[in-house]
Design a protein around this ligand. Structure first.
Ligand code: NI
Length: 228
């Protein structure tokens, strides 16, 4: 399931983040440092050094915003969030077709982290750059995302995806991965749809006994499918 999560960050927070990142100087490094053998030859961008103080400062802002976003929680069912990373594509830069590595090493303690979901949070206004679209392939075809600053797209890490070359301006973004409580995208999607239906029934004040039964079913499926 591919999902658009609007307004993860307010415009003021986006503006502050952009200022911090634009002044990060030496913390910007070649994006290929985090790419595997498949990604490196097709990757052309810059990213903030994961160990830098700028990275830590910005990571906590993103993590706090995601932890308090009900749509993100419902769709991703996060068990752990990879410390968010930040990249920029100047003119002529892009990232060819690839699948993100299945297992990453956590930058803080080296433990293995399974990437179930990939996320891109757009930080540049879409009008401020040309190109730089995120293309994501799934069984229904290719989807293109170039979202307003502060919005996020969340998609299964199993998807082939690419960033088309930026032809004008600069594309600044945050990206991260989620290790989900429910690793299978189909199972997670069913839970998300069930949760949405329950929320809708709550709004319309539907029969409370039936709602309780559905909430029970939701939790029993979550218990059955989750690994913690
Ligand atoms: Ni990728």
């Amino acid at each position: 399931m591919l999902i658009h999560i609007p307004q993860v960050l307010s415009q003021q927070v986006v503006k502050n983040l952009r200022t911090v990142l634009e002044n990060a100087g030496q913390a910007w490094v070649d994006g290929r440092v985090s790419a595997g053998y498949q990604g490196a030859p097709v990757k052309s961008n810059e990213q903030i050094d994961e160990q830098s103080s700028v990275a830590h400062e910005c990571q906590s802002i993103i993590a706090a915003a995601l932890e308090s976003n009900p749509l993100f929680i419902s769709a991703a069912l996060p068990n752990a969030l990879y410390p968010p990373m930040f990249n920029r594509y100047g003119e002529g830069m892009g990232f060819g077709l690839h699948v993100d590595g299945g297992i990453r090493l956590h930058p803080h303690d080296g433990r293995k982290f399974r990437t179930d979901l990939s996320a891109t949070l757009f930080l540049s206004d879409p009008e401020s750059y040309a190109g730089g679209e995120l293309h994501i392939q799934d069984t229904y075809g290719t989807h293109s995302a170039k979202l307003p600053a502060g919005d996020m797209v969340l998609y299964p890490s199993t998807s082939l995806h690419k960033v088309t070359p930026v032809t004008q301006g600069v594309r600044l973004a945050c990206f991260t991965w989620v290790q989900s409580l429910v690793r299978d995208d189909g199972d997670r999607t069913l839970l998300f749809e069930l949760d949405n239906a329950i929320q809708q029934l709550n709004i319309t004040n539907a029969d409370s006994q039936a709602r309780s039964a559905l909430v029970g079913t939701y939790h029993n499926l979550l218990r059955k499918w989750s690994d913690v």
